[in-house]
Design a protein around this ligand. Sequence first.
Ligand SMILES: NC(=O)c1ccc[n+]([C@@H]2O[C@H](COP(=O)([O-])OP(=O)(O)OC[C@H]3O[C@@H](n4cnc5c(N)ncnc54)[C@H](O)[C@@H]3O)[C@@H](O)[C@H]2O)c1
Length: 386
Amino acid sequence: MAKKPLRIGLIGYGFMGRAHSNAFAQVNHFFPLEHQVVLKAVCARDEAKLKEFAGKWNYESIETDWRKLIARDDIDVIDIATPNNSHAEIAIAAAKAGKAVLCEKPLGLNGRQAEKMVAAIEKAGVPNMVWYNYRRCPAVTLAHQLIQEGRLGRIFHYRAKFLQDWTINPDLPQGGAGLWRLDVKTAGSGVTGDLLAHCIDTALWLNGSIDTVTAMTETFVKERKHQETGKIQKVGIDDASAFLARFSNGSLATFESTRYARGHKALYTFEINGENASIAWDLHDLHRLQYFDHRDQGKVRGWRNLHVSDNDHPYCSNWWVPGLQLGYEHSFVHQVADFIQGLETGKPALPNFRDGLATDYVTDAVLKSAKTHKWEKVKHVKAARA
Ligand SMILES: NC(=O)c1ccc[n+]([C@@H]2O[C@H](COP(=O)([O-])OP(=O)(O)OC[C@H]3O[C@@H](n4cnc5c(N)ncnc54)[C@H](O)[C@@H]3O)[C@@H](O)[C@H]2O)c1
């Protein structure tokens, strides 16, 4: 039977533009879907670079203005892979035009903006998803399954960190291509919205909602030259952020992120301790899940190092033979596969815009607490009307 085309319009051809394009190109090779992904158009502002990108990834056409892309009637899905300050405007316009919307994280610059995005998406009734891709590393999905099966029992502790070291040099400029993450106007915040947002999304998925937080942030380099204006300007982002949290299920948590941890490039780790069992995961070893079960017979009890690559592990049977591991890029392929399966089954894949808003509410509370030096309540997202 001929597959139904699902015509993609991608905006942004940077790091995520490549990760998404790779996922779109791969998904039909490995997942049985009723839809065929069609790379219809890619949009960015530099026409020469855009043509080169479109040629490399086999996009059928290009647009240099995202409004024109959204206005086209041969596009089904708008995929937003641009810096954070453009997510809301593009997503709201795309929803109004009746397009399905895939949006990079964080959803908005803050919760207030993300609320407007949720309202627009739900008013339009269009399929939507936020690219919190770490949920779909098979080892993280397996962690979710183990928790859902009740293997950990009551959960006491959640511990997460995301460490990098690429902004230590005080001469690094802020703003503009490649460096927009250092410019608060474009990024919204520093590591809180960029890196901790990932840790928070995973945590909310694995361990439920967060009620209160108390945080500290620091900006180690106070002024940097702006790449676009050439002027020395105050740095408005948080270079480091750490917070304590209480989950609604009674468990306690610590979260930490920085771009000043010399020697670490992308050390995202989490550990969860329950009454019966614990699990731990490390992005640098992303195909493994550490699992300790206290109910094992004493003489063989210990941390098990699960190589998540077997046929009964999430997503793995779609790929190679057991024992051959998957990596970073596969999490994006899995996300596209689940999104399309959601369209086909009528059971939409998560995280959707409401889940993205939930993370933005936590990052809002973290940034507020860092200013007030007090415990702050986290707004909870109301359930969507059926
Ligand atoms: N899910 C993840 O793991 C992950 C990882 C990295 C980045 N991100 C998110 O993805 C988004 C993009 O980050 P990136 O690292 O790919 O950035 P990037 O700087 O590599 O790429 C951004 C792209 O957006 C384009 N762009 C900017 N403004 C535009 C506009 N008005 N119209 C059209 N194109 C425009 C730029 O030309 C560039 O191609 C951010 O929101 C970021 O937080 C998510």
